[in-house]
Ligand binder design. Structure first.
Ligand code: ATP
Ligand code: FE
Length: 384
């Protein structure tokens, strides 16, 4: 069986054809250029989808060497995302479905991200597994309990981790690249190498926000780094080694926050995990009670942590090699050598339509000829 996938939730126009044997026959991504508007403007993005998506779909068929009638269904992202961008993908999918009398499968974008390891890993993770999604748009720890059953254990209340990498790279005046985070990692490596590989990780200049709480936050860290750079007289005043140390400290602190949530989720020894589940010492009575409730809820959603045997880390930031080694170390140090750490290839972690087509296969039973469904720009993963 073959499914055409269409994805247009943000700014990439994507089309792909995937077989029921998990073969990605084609996966085409047409990027947009937003340098003139300094960020993604919804109208600009939708206009570009209008121009790019039809030819992206044609290209997916050409690359796969298939005719339009060869596919058995079309799977399309219904949400969440920008309404105007989603609309373009939905219109293309509905038109295709009407013209060729192929059923439609409406897909949740984040569900597709979360199910990607079932496509990419030879022996995919079995449920329940944990997914840590770290990208330019998301910072999330999700428990996947089944194809249609997810719990968001923690998400960011402000900026994403990728955003923070980009901002700090800019503040340090690291020459701008298409992945500023990776340029920042290269800068931090200078400091890391000067310490030697066996040196314990030094204490960071910056505090780790949200410690022991089921939430992420990156805006405070971003500002701390900004202020620290200003206090040194601005980026122009920094020596190469100072710049490298700041990059390293930031990176290390940003990753500590990920380790903190992973530890909260996977530490089985309740005695050792106890500090995470005690009311915090600081704050008003009301604040402390709230934190306590949040932690209880986290634990309840999680269920039996010993049953979780895989941690999947995906998104643009997951290509950071320091993050990769730290997460493995973190699992080993808490005695969870039984947990397999998986990193799907970057091309299938960032936005793509192969994950949409693949999810379409998993949701085959939900195929429909109902063309009246609209985009769902706001759509929780817990509301499938
Ligand atoms: P989303 O898919 O969540 O809507 P997006 O498309 O912006 O967001 P991705 O393409 O998955 O996100 O990731 C881009 C982010 O990853 C950027 O912030 C980039 O700086 C960061 N990034 C890429 N490589 C690295 C690296 N080696 N270290 C840290 N960050 C990195
Ligand atoms: Fe995405």
């Amino acid at each position: 069986r073959l499914i055409l996938g269409i994805e247009s939730s943000c700014d990439d126009s994507c089309a792909s054809i995937v077989s029921s044997r998990r073969e990605v026959l084609s996966s085409v991504v047409t990027k947009q250029d937003h340098s003139s508007t300094n960020g993604i403007h919804p109208l600009h993005a939708a206009l570009n989808h209008n121009a790019n998506l039809p030819k992206t779909i044609v290209e997916a068929f050409n690359q796969a060497g298939l005719h339009y009638a060869d596919v058995d269904a079309v799977a399309v992202t219904r949400g969440p995302g920008m309404a105007s961008s989603l609309g373009v993908g939905l219109t293309c999918a509905k038109t295709f479905s009407s013209l060729f009398a192929k059923p439609l499968i409406y897909v949740h974008h984040m569900q597709a991200h979360a199910l990607t390891p079932l496509l990419t890993e030879k022996t995919g993770p079995s449920f329940p597994f944990l997914t840590l999604l770290v990208s330019g748009g998301h910072t999330m720890l999700v428990l996947a309990k089944g194809i249609n059953e997810f719990s968001i254990l923690a998400t960011t209340g402000d900026d994403s981790i990728g955003d923070a990498f980009d901002k700090v790279a800019r503040d340090l005046e690291i020459p701008w690249t298409s992945a500023p985070g990776s340029a920042l990692e290269a800068t931090a490596r200078g400091y890391q190498e000067s310490m030697g590989s066996n040196h314990p990780i030094p204490k960071s200049t910056f505090p780790v926000p949200m410690k022991g709480r089921p939430a992420f936050s990156y805006s405070g860290l971003k500002s701390s780094v900004s202020r620290h750079i200003e206090s040194k007289g601005g980026p122009g005043n920094l020596s190469a080694s100072q710049r490298s140390k700041i990059a390293f400290d930031f990176q290390s602190t940003a990753i500590s926050q990920l380790e903190d949530k992973v530890t909260m989720a996977l530490k089985i020894d309740r005695q050792e995990a106890k500090p995470f589940f005690k009311p915090p010492p600081a704050g008003t009575e009301g604040e402390r009670l709230q934190v306590w409730r949040d932690r209880q809820e986290f634990r309840q959603k999680l269920g039996d942590a010993s049953k979780i045997k895989s941690l999947v880390c995906s998104g643009g930031v997951a290509s950071n090699s320091f993050l990769r080694s730290r997460l493995r170390k973190c699992l080993d140090e808490m005695g969870r050598q039984d947990v397999v750490l998986m990193f799907p290839p970057p091309s299938l972690c960032t936005d793509n339509a192969a994950m949409i087509a693949f999810t379409g296969h998993l949701l085959w039973d939900q195929r429909t000829f109902d063309h009246d469904r609209h985009a769902r720009p706001k759509w929780s993963l817990q509301d499938l």
